[in-house]
Design a protein around this ligand. Structure first.
Ligand SMILES: [Zn+2]
Length: 204
């Protein structure tokens, strides 16, 4: 596995406080374009294991505030929780629509409008329910010299994927948001078909 190369770092003030922004790239060999991701880092991330959130790009949610999913709410919650602790890392990966790509995600929405759930729609389009891999975030954490994390996630598969990539997860911290009515079906499918863990009835 090739390692992630840090190509940029800069000061990054946000609504949630002052971060550093890092740009990372990882080569996948001659036949594939490189993977890129950014990491927002706040405070001292060494010493005690920091809070870490791995967020997959969602143009429709993150930028347009779509209520079809809870991505923007989770992104804002993660940044506010990191800010609340004064330290932590948010890794933002360019894996639109659980890795299927932007246009395919819109096609999946079209199928959902016709009655399929999010998993059935992805499978109809020929994709796995979740195409994401977590090799790049693991390599970024290694490049930042952070071998042990407290992972902000409702997804146990993210915990096991990171551990397979030799990052130790000493705690899973829930990242639960109040869903909109539009996202209720989507979140139910996440829980029932993708194994996401929610504690509150409102997130079920
Ligand atoms: Zn989304």
């Amino acid at each position: 596995m090739s390692s992630a190369e840090q190509l940029a770092s800069a000061k990054f003030p946000t609504r949630w406080g002052n971060f550093e922004i890092y740009g990372f790239r990882r080569s996948l060999g001659a036949d594939a374009p490189p993977e890129e991701a950014v990491a927002l880092v706040m405070g001292d991330i060494h010493g005690r294991p920091p809070l870490v959130r791995i967020h997959s790009q969602c143009l429709t949610g993150d930028v347009f505030g779509s209520l079809r999913c809870d991505c923007r709410q989770q992104l804002e919650l993660a940044l506010s929780m990191i800010s609340g602790e004064g330290r932590g890392i948010l890794i933002y990966e360019q894996q639109e629509g659980r890795g299927i790509g932007l246009i395919a995600k819109l096609q999946a929405y079209q199928l959902q409008d016709a009655g399929l759930d999010t998993v059935e729609a992805n499978e109809r389009l020929g994709f796995e329910a979740d195409q994401r891999g977590f090799a790049l975030p693991a390599e970024i954490l290694k490049a930042l010299a952070v071998p042990t994390v407290r992972l902000l996630s409702n997804n146990p598969q993210k915990v096991s994927a990171l551990e397979r990539a030799a990052i130790k997860v000493i705690e899973r911290v829930p990242c639960e948001v109040e869903p909109s009515a539009h996202a209720a079906d989507y979140l139910r499918t996440k829980k029932e078909k993708l194994g996401h863990l929610f504690t509150t009835e409102s997130s079920s």
